[in-house]
Design a protein around this ligand. Structure first.
Ligand code: PRP
Ligand code: URA
Length: 208
């Protein structure tokens, strides 16, 4: 498993605002999108390109374009929706799959409730979007379902990760690539990331 932690002044700055309990929901959403853009730049670094000949206003030249088969973005509902606009901004023709999972409050085991994946998963790079990697149960289940549907080139994108979640994914999916904004200290007894940012879904959608 390869894990890339974005070490960038803008990520540090924006994360300090995202973590702040006083940051209102509208700004929280904007900041998640902004960090999402920075994560998207790193996550898309390995996308395949192919040569193309174009004509500039001055001459013919060889350039590069993304391979024709579009990548797939899979936000894990709900909080993964917060990262989707950033990825669609950079990859406007990407296909979008949806996966609904919620963590059972007591067992912390993810409960699947919705799934809709685009075709040709096996041939496309797939980006799983979820701001929070806590126990790793939800991400592991998302990757398991996508592999079961044929996906072979998988990248998980998260804003914050706990060491416990990274260890779980290393065990369950050693072939996974992970791009994350920061790795925090630990989980608390309720499975929340410390210091963390609280409940990402509730803060994004005002349901606290
Ligand atoms: C949150 C988060 C992840 C999951 C992470 O979702 O968005 O999907 O918890 O926790 P884990 O690594 O321990 O599985 P939640 O279940 O709260 O649902 P929501 O996005 O609908 O709020
Ligand atoms: N899900 C969240 O939204 N926050 C956490 O800290 C852990 C799981």
């Amino acid at each position: 498993m390869t894990t890339t932690v974005l070490d960038h002044p803008l990520v540090h700055h924006k994360l300090s605002l995202i973590r702040d309990r006083k940051t209102p929901g509208s700004l929280f959403r904007t900041l998640i999108e902004e960090v999402g853009l920075l994560l998207a730049v790193e996550a898309t670094r390995t996308l395949p390109v192919e040569p193309v000949v174009i004509e500039t206003p001055l001459e013919r030249t060889e350039s590069q374009r993304l391979r024709q088969l579009d990548p797939v973005l899979v936000p894990v509902l709900r909080a993964g929706l917060g990262l989707l606009p950033s990825f669609l901004r950079l990859l406007p023709t990407a296909k979008v799959g949806h996966l609904g999972l919620y963590r059972d409050h007591d067992s912390l085991v993810p409960v699947p409730y919705y799934r809709n994946f685009p075709p040709l998963l096996e041939a496309r790079p797939v980006f799983v979007l979820d701001p929070m990697l806590a126990t790793g149960g939800s991400a592991s289940e998302a990757v398991r379902q996508l592999k079961g549907a044929g996906a072979a080139n998988l990248t998980l994108v998260a804003v914050l990760a706990a060491p416990e979640g990274l260890r779980r994914l290393q065990e369950d999916h050693p072939d996974l690539r992970i791009i994350v904004g920061a790795v925090d200290r630990q989980l608390n007894e309720k499975g929340y990331i410390l210091p963390g940012l609280g409940d990402a879904g509730d803060r994004l959608f005002g349901t606290a």
